[in-house]
Design a protein around this ligand. Structure first.
Ligand SMILES: C[S@@+](CC[C@H](N)C(=O)[O-])C[C@H]1O[C@@H](n2cnc3c(N)ncnc32)[C@H](O)[C@@H]1O
Ligand SMILES: Nc1nc2[nH]cc(C(=O)O)c2c(=O)[nH]1
Ligand code: SF4
Ligand SMILES: [Mg+2]
Length: 220
């Protein structure tokens, strides 16, 4: 039986993405291949992070007990998990599944015809220190309900996000989000940039759970 390293499962409102504000069950898997400068979940990427080995069936059962329609599969980097396709299939039989992925993992194996899961894919900007790792061919696989998210550290990142969005016409194929690295860049400056550029294909977001609860809190 295949198992997955689960560091936490909890219910909250989704604080990010196109489903922000909706209840969801968060399934957070252990481990990541990147080391973003601003990562708010680096504890889940440590080799000694406490995790529980769970089968897809156990994860589905635990998630079902909360009674929500959404599951957010995140991490760490969830698409690194061995046999993750099996977990995606089991979850998508019961839930609307959103996958938070870091933009470095080729999405081809997860993009069979009629896929049911949706991707929120980061494009890691210079401020993350991880831009060289981005898998640009993923852009061609994204569909209407998917999202590209740019998490912005500074003005240089903002300009680069705009450049990439325009170059690949991302707003024509999927949702585009820009979000501040929490507390790092003044949100009003991001909005001013949107207005200056008439950047109508992007949507600004702030991580809502960090406004509602302590920004350092886990399990919310
Ligand atoms: C913790 S990551 C896990 C999923 C995947 N590894 C990724 O990076 O997309 C989930 C989301 O949180 C965002 N994030 C992490 N730390 C952040 C911070 N300090 N401020 C704003 N967003 C942050 C990431 O950019 C990503 O969009
Ligand atoms: N409330 C809440 N919403 C979220 N949306 C995406 C999250 C993540 O860590 O991937 C997250 C999270 O950690 N908490
Ligand atoms: S890819 Fe995601 S989990 Fe990994 S270090 Fe970056 S923000 Fe954190
Ligand atoms: Mg989070």
């Amino acid at each position: 039986m295949n198992t997955y390293k689960v560091v936490e499962i909890f219910e909250s409102i989704n604080g990010e993405g196109m489903k922000a504000g909706e209840l969801s069950v968060f399934v957070r898997l252990c481990g990541c291949n990147l080391h973003c400068s601003y990562c708010d979940t680096s504890w889940a990427n440590e080799k000694d992070a406490p995790y529980q080995e769970m089968t897809a069936r156990q994860i589905v059962q635990k998630a079902e007990a909360y009674g929500t329609k959404n599951v957010t599969l995140t991490g760490g980097e969830p698409l690194l998990a061995e046999h993750v396709l099996e977990l995606l299939e089991a979850l998508s039989e019961k839930f609307c599944v959103e996958i938070e992925t870091n933009g470095s993992i080729a999405l081809d194996p997860f993009c069979k015809k009629d896929r049911k899961v949706i991707f929120t894919m980061d494009y890691k900007l210079k401020g993350s220190g991880m831009e060289e790792q981005m898998c640009l061919s993923n852009f061609a696989l994204l569909q209407r309900d998917d999202t590209v998210k740019f998490v912005v550290s500074d003005q240089t990142d903002l300009e680069r996000a705009y450049e990439i969005e325009q170059k690949y016409a991302l707003g024509q194929k999927c949702h585009v989000l820009i979000s501040p690295v929490f507390g790092k860049i003044i949100p009003a400056d991001m909005v001013a940039f949107m207005m200056e550029k008439k950047w109508v294909t992007a949507r600004m977001q702030i991580q809502m759970h960090k406004v509602i609860w302590d920004p350092q809190a886990r399990g919310v």
